[in-house]
Structures are given as structure tokens and as C-alpha cells.
Design a protein around this ligand. Structure first.
Ligand code: PLP
Length: 406
């Protein structure tokens, strides 16, 4: 990987026409180690957030030895980066062939589910492979309520009464029982873990079977930007939130159980920024070389505000506008599809123009993992950058969540 001190240095040296991901291994290492030190249990990094080999290798070197995986491609990626790591197969609904691969080839012994037919699928393969069910922990995923950029209980999770039945069923078969939930990605309410723990407690007491582990999922919010013209949303810092979660774990009597967390964005968001180029400025529209089919879909569907730094092209000798005036630009993505227009503006100095670059910060989560090959555009250049995005001058712009009229 080519290495630069800052993304600005990289943009000026490479003058890239293709988007470039700027990876900061030291930041990733710091964020992973910080989470691991704070969480009172096993940290299982959620590979879906960013499963690039350079990310998984860095995490393995930072001491992450457990991964939340959801597919054969994720099993293989973890095996390649961290051959001795434990994998937790926490996708509640799985293909039969994938369950077999997980149990037989990858020797995964922890799985999640939220329905009795999934128990039947797993049991069929356990019997076919002659595995003792007592060596397998099945986590019953419970539905939770709360506010997050992405609500995940709309799709997965058993209601409390159903979870009780599932626990009793898997206990009768001889599997070990665990409880898990996912409160939603990028939570917006600190009490959301407490509500899930209260529900887990109710289920545990009604089920009356031994619970061997509790998995509190992901959801821990990453630090993003915010529109400076508005009041910053009130959310505790990660150490404060973790303090509250630990307190709630004790209050609901789960502190005597081994715990697991499946953090994704909180670990990987800060370590990557993205340099995009303005291909054309048309009035208050900027046509850029990335978009919703590549690196920018999560920030738009999740209504996440990202910090943005303006990198003017020194080759442009004349500019119109006031460099100190930050104004909204409608942003059009790289593909020929007219859906590929970001519904929210980038706020940037009025002088931004064709040929300039924009560095979008904190974009390590759900960016590379969500890009598509649509229209032949597939950003895939990664460089290493030493300086954290937040060091140096404040970013002057941001990709806002506010919608903009045409
Ligand atoms: C099962 C599971 N675990 C963990 C995560 C990671 O969540 P986050 O990025 O909010 O930490 C997700 C995200 O969708 C998930 O579905």
C-alpha cells in the first residue's frame, strides 16, 4: 500500500480521478483496543461492517480473536486473516449448506436463531455430522425496541414468549442456550441496551433453563460529524455509554454470565476516509466520482452526517465565490442512474469547483462492504495515511442529513 502523511498530500501527489480510500491502521488498532479494554466480555468484531483483508489483519494484530460472521465468504476472510480466531455465526436465518460448511469445515460452534425451523435445520446437520449438541451454543435472538439509524428488530428477533419456547426447545435437545439481541446500528438512545436487558431478564426467568452466555450485539455508536448550524445530538461518549451498559448488566443480574459484544461501526468508522473528485460543477451541483452505489449508501440511508474536508486543486488559478462561505451543494454520483443523486447536500466552501477533491471522513463502516460494480464503477484503491482525519485544521464542510430542494 502506498503511504502518505495526510490525505491532502496524497490528493496533491496522485491527483486521483478515481476515489481513494485512506486507511489509518494506527487509528483502527486504537479503536479496537479501546473497545476491547472497555467491554467486560468477548469482543466479536462484526465482519459485515468492513471485511477487507487489510482491516481483518490489523484487527488480528490488535488482539481481536473473535469475529461475528454471517456467510461462507466471511468465514473464509476470517480464516485467512486470523486462522486461530473464534467465529460466531450470528445470522439468525441461514442456508442449510452454509450451516453444514460452518459446522463441518470451519468447526463453528456458536450460532444464533429466532425460529424453531432454524433449530430443526441445525439439528439435522448436527445429527448428520454426529456432533454432540452439548458442544454447541445456540443463541436465541430476541427482538428489541429503540431508536437507531438502522432498526434491526424489524427483520429479526423472537418476541418474548416465543423466545421462552425456543430456549426450552433447544435445552431439551441438549444444546447450550444463549441469549442475544441487536439494538439497532448507531443507536440514538442510550437507554436502548437497558430495555433489551430487561426483556432478556424476563425471558430468562420464564424459560427456567440454564443460560450460558449473553450477547449484547452491536449498535455502539461511531463518532460522526454534525451540522454545525444545529445543536449537536446528545449522546454519551463511548466510555460513558459503556459505563451505563455495565451498570445495567449488573442491575439486571447478568454480570455472572460470560458476555459477548459484536461491535462494527464503532471500531472501524474512524480509520478510513475517502478522497473523491469533483468531475463537474454545474451551478450548485457537484458531480463526483463516487455515489450511492459505491461508498456513500450507508451515510444516506442511515442519515449519517460525515465530516468533509475541501482539497482545492492548486492547478485551478481562478475561482468564483467566497472561500469563507460554506454553502450546500447537491451531489450527483458517478453512475448514469438518476437515482444516484444524494438526497442531502454537501456543505462546502462556495469556491469548490471542477477538478477539486473532497476528503470525506469517518467512512470506514459499511462503505467498502456495500459498494457495487454497477455501471462499471468500483472504487478499489487503498492507500495508507499516517495522520488521523481529525488531526490538524477542522474540516470545513460536512455531508449533511438535511434535505435540499433542487
Ligand atoms: C448480527 C449483527 N451483529 C453486529 C452488527 C454490527 O452492528 P454495528 O455496526 O451497529 O456495531 C450487525 C449490523 O448489522 C449485525 O447485524
Amino acid at each position: 500500500m502506498e503511504r502518505f502523511n495526510t490525505a491532502v498530500d496524497a490528493a496533491l501527489a496522485l491527483r486521483p480521478d478515481q476515489p481513494i480510500y485512506c486507511f489509518r491502521p494506527t487509528v483502527l488498532k486504537q479503536d479496537a483496543e479501546a473497545f476491547k479494554a472497555m467491554f467486560p466480555g468477548k469482543t466479536a468484531y462484526a465482519v459485515k461492517t468492513n471485511g477487507e483483508p487489510f482491516v481483518l489483519d490489523t484487527l488480528a494484530r490488535a488482539g481481536i480473536d473473535c469475529f461475528d460472521v454471517a456467510s461462507p465468504a466471511e468465514f473464509a476472510a476470517v480464516k485467512a486473516a486470523a486462522p486461530k480466531a473464534e467465529m460466531l455465526y450470528m445470522h439468525p436465518i441461514k442456508a442449510q449448506s452454509d450451516i453444514r460448511l460452518a459446522l463441518e469445515t470451519y468447526r463453528i460452534r456458536t450460532l444464533s436463531l429466532d425460529h424453531e425451523d432454524e433449530v430443526a435445520k441445525i439439528l439435522r446437520i448436527v445429527r448428520a455430522l454426529d456432533i454432540d449438541p452439548a458442544t454447541i451454543t445456540l443463541f436465541v435472538r430476541i427482538a428489541t425496541k429503540g431508536h437507531a439509524a438502522y432498526e434491526l428488530s424489524k427483520k429479526f428477533g423472537a418476541a418474548p414468549g416465543h423466545a421462552v419456547e425456543l430456549l426450552q426447545r433447544i435445552h431439551r435437545i441438549g444444546f447450550k442456550c444463549g441469549l442475544c439481541f441487536h439494538v439497532g446500528s448507531q443507536i440514538e438512545e442510550p437507554e436502548t441496551y437497558e430495555r433489551a436487558l430487561a426483556s432478556a431478564d424476563w425471558i430468562r426467568s420464564r424459560a427456567g433453563v440454564p443460560i450460558v452466555e449473553l450477547d449484547v450485539g452491536g449498535g455502539f455508536p461511531a463518532v460522526y460529524g454534525h451540522d454545525p448550524r444545529r445543536k449537536a445530538p446528545e449522546m454519551p461518549s463511548l466510555p460513558e455509554l459503556m459505563g451505563q451498559v455495565k451498570h445495567d448488566i449488573v442491575d439486571w443480574g447478568f454480570d455472572d454470565l460470560p458476555l459477548v459484544a459484536e461491535p462494527g461501526r464503532v471500531i472501524v468508522a474512524r480509520c478510513i476516509s475517502l478522497i473523491v473528485r469533483v468531475l463537474l460543477k454545474k451551478g450548485r451541483r457537484l458531480y463526483i466520482n463516487d455515489g450511492i452505489w459505491a461508498s456513500l449508501s450507508d451515510s444516506w440511508t442511515g442519515k449519517i452526517t460525515l465530516p468533509a474536508r475541501f482539497i482545492p486543486d492548486p492547478a485551478r488559478k481562478t475561482r468564483a465565490g467566497n472561500p469563507d462561505k460554506i454553502v450546500p451543494f447537491k451531489v450527483c454520483g458517478a453512475t448514469c442512474d438518476s437515482v444516484d443523486i444524494l438526497s442531502r447536500p454537501f456543505w462546502l466552501p462556495e469556491t469548490v469547483d471542477t477538478g477539486d477533491w473532497i476528503e470525506i471522513g469517518h467512512i470506514g463502516a459499511y462503505s467498502l462492504s456495500l459498494r457495487t460494480h454497477f455501471n462499471g464503477f468500483y472504487p478499489d484503491t487503498v492507500i495508507e495515511v499516517n495522520t488521523p482525519f481529525d488531526d490538524g485544521a477542522e474540516p470545513e464542510g460536512f455531508a449533511s442529513i438535511e434535505t435540499m430542494a433542487d
